[in-house]
Write a protein that binds this ligand. Structure first.
Ligand SMILES: Nc1ncnc2c1ncn2[C@@H]1O[C@H](COP(=O)(O)OP(=O)(O)OP(=O)(O)O)[C@@H](O)[C@H]1O
Length: 446
């Protein structure tokens, strides 16, 4: 069963249902600290009118994976900025005085949606470990993965940060005969040096101060499956010797233990640093390098497979669109051009982050280059006629204000400084259907 826990941010007493575990953070700084350390799936935001809307927006953008429910004074709803904040970042909102029955339902709904999302995001052996892309490089990699998966020797995956090494490792595992066993990922660079030995190999009770009980290490917990050692180049030299022993003998010793434990786990290692150079510097054991480098996979950087950019961007757009931004219809051709022209130093991870950001920031129905945080690509078409530019600017302004006003024609007309009749005329001129409908559409493509 999903744990009913919530982070309540802000000042006030919402009287949350007793079966919920509530963490409180009065300030955004406290909330950031809590989320970094503990995480949470559902957040309740107690907004005061004096709060800084832009600051709150930035906070919510950074923590977009939570389902946020806002509680605010009814008067705040009259302000376009607060309405925009609710539209962009919140699953639901309530006003004081609270209807506790409704709030309880909203919380349950948010938790359910969060569980569905976590379910979809959880790595599973099977289709999830699919590398999207049609380029020659990714097709070759997919073929190599299938071959490597069938073998049992260690695998060494090389690629820049964020290029998809872990996904490739998951794909190897998912297509291997050990796919029913666990896939245990470890980032060797992220575990403090003093902890890494006991994390990897486990320890016996009393092995060191604080070792109150026997503990299985991560290698043992990969029994019957695969262990993914990311950033293998960061593994301290003395542990490299232990890992080599494990690769040769298929047994480990826990810290403080004298008994050898047999472990059947396939090692898949990855590195973004050049290991042969590390060997030359004396930072990586040569014998371990050769042991690991039996089957090598090379994940190319995104800038070398530009054909994959748009299929990947579309893939992430659809992955996140239904729940985050139902109003968004797609990626504009200008944004597509900016995507093609960017160099993607952070590879696929950067692309995911930019698409996620754009889905929160976009005001129109299509993602624009600025939503992605990419400067608009230099125009390559023939110079735009002034009249065309005027028409486009007018349409963009209408589009944006309708969104800001929640499709309320009176508010949008006021926002634009025109009468309601003029706005209706403009809607007809631009082929925008009147917002009495549930969702308005723009007939032209961009
Ligand atoms: N071809 C792809 N298709 C779909 N998603 C991808 C693809 N490549 C990478 N991703 C996604 O991009 C993100 C980064 O990939 P991954 O974690 O595998 O990179 P990495 O090379 O292991 O990064 P690091 O070196 O920082 O650990 C993940 O969310 C992953 O699922």
């Amino acid at each position: 069963m999903t744990t009913k826990s919530i982070l309540c941010v802000g000042v006030g007493e919402p009287g949350l249902p007793p079966d919920w575990t509530v963490a409180r953070a009065e300030t955004l700084a406290d909330a950031r600290r809590h989320l970094k350390a503990r995480g949470c799936a559902v957040g309740l935001l107690l907004v005061r009118e004096s709060d800084n809307c832009a600051e709150l927006g930035a906070f919510l953008l950074d923590h977009w994976t939570l389902h946020w429910i806002a509680v605010l004074p009814p008067t705040a709803l009259e302000r376009p900025a607060w309405r925009q904040l609710l539209r962009d970042h919140c699953t639901d909102y309530h006003t004081w005085p609270l209807d506790h029955q409704r709030l309880r339902h909203a919380l349950g709904h948010a938790l359910g949606m969060a569980a569905l999302r976590a379910d979809a995001a959880a790595p599973r052996a099977g289709d999830d470990a699919t590398l999207t892309g049609q380029s020659a490089a990714i097709t070759r990699l997919q073929r190599q993965i299938v071959k490597v998966a069938a073998a049992s020797a260690p695998v060494l995956i090389w690629g820049e940060s964020g290029s998809g090494k872990e996904l490739a490792a998951q794909a190897v595992h998912a297509r291997s005969p050990r796919c029913k066993g666990p896939f245990v990922p470890i980032n060797c660079g992220a575990i403090p040096a003093q902890l890494i030995q006991s994390e990897l190999f486990g320890h016996e009770r009393g092995a060191f101060t604080g070792a109150a009980r026997d503990k299985r290490g991560l290698i043992e917990s990969a029994q019957g499956g695969s262990i993914f050692l990311d950033e293998i180049g960061d593994l301290p030299l003395e542990l490299q010797a232990n890992l080599l022993r494990f690769l040769q003998e298929k047994t480990i010793y826990r810290v403080g233990g004298t008994r050898s434990i047999a472990v059947d786990a396939r090692v898949i290692a990855a590195s973004h640093v050049n290991l042969p150079q590390a060997v030359q510097r004396g930072a990586f054991r040569e014998d371990l390098y050769y042991r690991l480098n039996v089957l090598a996979l090379d994940v190319p950087p995104l800038r070398e497979r530009k054909e994959d950019l748009l299929p990947l961007a579309e893939h992430f757009f659809h992955t996140f669109s239904s729940e985050r931004a139902p109003r968004l219809k797609g990626i504009s051709s200008r944004a597509a051009q900016a995507i093609r022209e960017h160099d993607w130093p952070g590879n696929v991870r950067e692309l995911i982050n930019r698409v996620r950001r754009a889905m929160v920031m976009a005001e129109g129905r299509l993602i624009l280059p600025q939503d992605l945080g990419l400067a608009a690509a230099a125009p390559v078409r023939a110079p735009v006629q002034l009249d065309d530019a005027r028409i486009r600017a007018e349409r963009d302004a209408i589009d944006a204000s309708l969104l800001r006003a929640g499709r309320n024609i009176t508010l949008a007309a006021r926002d634009l400084g025109v009468s309601r009749m003029t706005l209706y005329r403009l809607l007809a001129k631009h082929g925008i259907s009147a917002p009495s409908q549930d969702r308005y559409t723009i007939v032209e493509s961009e």
